[in-house]
Ligand binder design. Sequence first.
Ligand code: ATP
Ligand code: MG
Length: 229
Amino acid sequence: MISFQSVIKAYNSGDKIITAIGGVSFAIEPGEFVSLVGKSGSGKTTLIKLLVGEEKPTEGSVFFQDLEVSTARSEVLQKIRRKIGVVYQDYKLLLNKTVKENLSYIMEVIGAPQENIDADIPQVLSIVGLDQRMNNFPHELSGGEKQRLAIARALIHRPQVIVADEPTGNLDLYNTYEIISLLQKINNLGTTVMLSTHNKEIVDALKKRVITLESGKIISDEKVGKFIL
Ligand SMILES: Nc1ncnc2c1ncn2[C@@H]1O[C@H](COP(=O)(O)OP(=O)(O)OP(=O)(O)O)[C@@H](O)[C@H]1O
Ligand SMILES: [Mg+2]
């Protein structure tokens, strides 16, 4: 479903070249739950940006299903991005819009009919447990609730993959477990999940596949992995 083939990503940073990803190959099959771990600067976010086509590899290729992300034109990229829901550490919500509007907005952008918007929003909000908060603004939500809204937004196009980049980085223990349970629930409903995290407890408790990055290279890829750093 996802395939990285000998991917290198180098950034030009002033007079220096920084190799963020230094030759990485792996594949992810539909339905997997994969944790991506590695120290700060090891290349986790870069890998995610390469997957959604936000960055282009310097060498190598990235595939999503039969589509090559790394060379896709903008229409194809848009199609790919609707199939991959992304969740960020800092939520990236629209602060002047309500919970409901944060979701309706992105459906309107793609020209979804009003009846679909009216039907899908309550459904997605009930999956993340925010159906009672439709008319609240982001500042009226807790950190965990904000992240659940961000997950709802990632789910709205019914993606085949959810990619979460340190989604619990700003959350306390209780909310961290809520978010991880939600990602597990989404995975059990059939969506592939890729989770980047620093959290040893989460990774060890999940008992799922763990890919460990160090300085832009995969140093371990275990089916039932543990946090090894
Ligand atoms: N736009 C950029 N220009 C130059 N260097 C970059 C750029 N983006 C990332 N890097 C560098 O690439 C390396 C990998 O960064 P990346 O953000 O992928 O790491 P990360 O594993 O997500 O770290 P963190 O855990 O802190 O989020 C780092 O050395 C970083 O400084
Ligand atoms: Mg990062």
